[in-house]
Design a protein around this ligand. Structure first.
Ligand code: SP5
Ligand code: ZN
Length: 341
């Protein structure tokens, strides 16, 4: 059916919980997600490719070196400080207005440092988080290599996800923006322009902000309306649209017909590009615990067909999707649609 890229190291991030409105709630971004997807892909006859290690150049083309260095060392520093939390979690945030826009100092206290880079309390760092996030970058870059070398389609089984991460801030269960890194790599390899179509249930705010004002990377996102009370709350509105960015927010409860019409608009927007990155979140599915959209497996297959209809070399990067019972099938159906187009 399709080649998919896999790294065992993506399983090493095991957050178990997240801090939401001040309480620890069970994490939904679990290693079992990746295992469920892999099993469904193998059952469907997809061919597994092991991720190849890449150096940091593509990563540093997208992210601030200070963010990368923080993520690389955060757990070791935290665990050496004998703090009462077994995960790195921010408690004070370096908002730019706090220092009237002056760059914040790097705090002496290890427990204050996450506030330089984290924008929420849900995205915890423990042993293995860096290794998994960095492995996900290799997975995305290996899939980009396959497509740059002529494959029409490759799927990157990335975990943890990435589309909420900006140049220097992490959040939304994401640490490194795999989708944006794949886009930068494909831009480099194809000469561009490239397009990112994000169909995760949540707005791809990190990817949008990373490529803001650039015309060589078109970004489109179909997601639940943040104005109806959904993450990322501060972004994802149509007021952010311009010639290179298209947000298509949808009301909670939206089903296949209206969602697919938005996917069609996003695909049309992407059509002038030379290569396509699909940020595939399957959390828009009915029954997903993290979103109120009501998309079916048939809907995801049709979305694949629509995006495949653009006939662009395509890298699919996994983002969200939290219903362990259906996540594998939803990914397989999306890829079936993409392959059949
Ligand atoms: C990649 C991705 O899909 N990230 C989504 C992050 C959105 N998380 C918002 C969570 C809001 C609070 N959820 C409460 C559930 C309690 N565990
Ligand atoms: Zn999502």
């Amino acid at each position: 059916m399709v080649r998919f890229v896999w790294s065992e190291d993506c399983l090493r991030h095991e957050p178990e919980s997240e801090v939401w409105v001040g309480v620890r709630t069970p994490a939904t971004e679990l290693p079992a997600r990746a295992l469920a997807i892999r099993e469904a892909l193998l059952t469907a006859g997809a061919e597994e490719v092991t991720a190849v290690a890449h150096d940091d150049s593509a990563l540093l083309a997208v992210h601030e070196p200070a963010l990368v260095e923080f993520l690389r060392t955060a757990w070791d520093e935290w665990s050496a400080a004998s703090l009462p939390s077994d995960q790195v979690v921010p408690y004070v945030f370096a908002r730019p207005e706090l220092t009237s826009g002056r760059p914040p100092v790097t705090p002496t206290a290890v427990w204050a440092r996450p506030g330089l880079f984290a924008y929420d309390t849900m995205t915890l760092i423990g042993p293995g988080t860096w290794e998994a996030a960095r492995a996900a970058v290799d997975v995305a870059l290996t899939a980009a290599d396959l497509v740059a070398e002529g494959a029409p389609l490759a799927y990157a089984c990335t975990r943890p996800p990435g589309h909420h991460v900006t140049r220097s801030l992490y959040g939304g269960s994401c640490y490194l923006n795999n989708t944006a890194i794949a886009a930068a790599a494909l831009l480099d390899r194809t000469g561009g322009p490239v397009a990112v179509v994000d169909i995760d249930a949540h707005h791809g705010n990190g990817t949008q902000e990373l490529f803001l004002g650039r015309t060589d990377v078109l970004t489109a996102s179909v997601h639940v309306d943040p104005g109806a009370g959904w993450f990322p709350h501060f972004l994802g509105f149509q007021t952010e649209n311009d010639t290179a960015n298209l947000n298509l927010p949808l009301a909670p409860g939206t089903g296949d017909a209206e969602w697919l019409a938005a996917v069609r608009r996003a695909a049309d927007f992407a059509a002038p590009a030379r290569a396509l990155i699909v940020a595939l979140g399957v959390d828009a599915a009915a029954g997903d615990p993290e979103s109120p959209l009501e998309i079916t497996a048939d809907g995801y297959r049709e979305a694949g067909r629509i995006l495949g209809g653009a006939r662009l070399p395509t890298v699919v990067v996994q983002e969200g999707g939290y219903d362990l019972e259906t996540i594998g099938e939803l990914v397989v159906e999306s890829l079936r649609g993409l392959s059949a187009a």
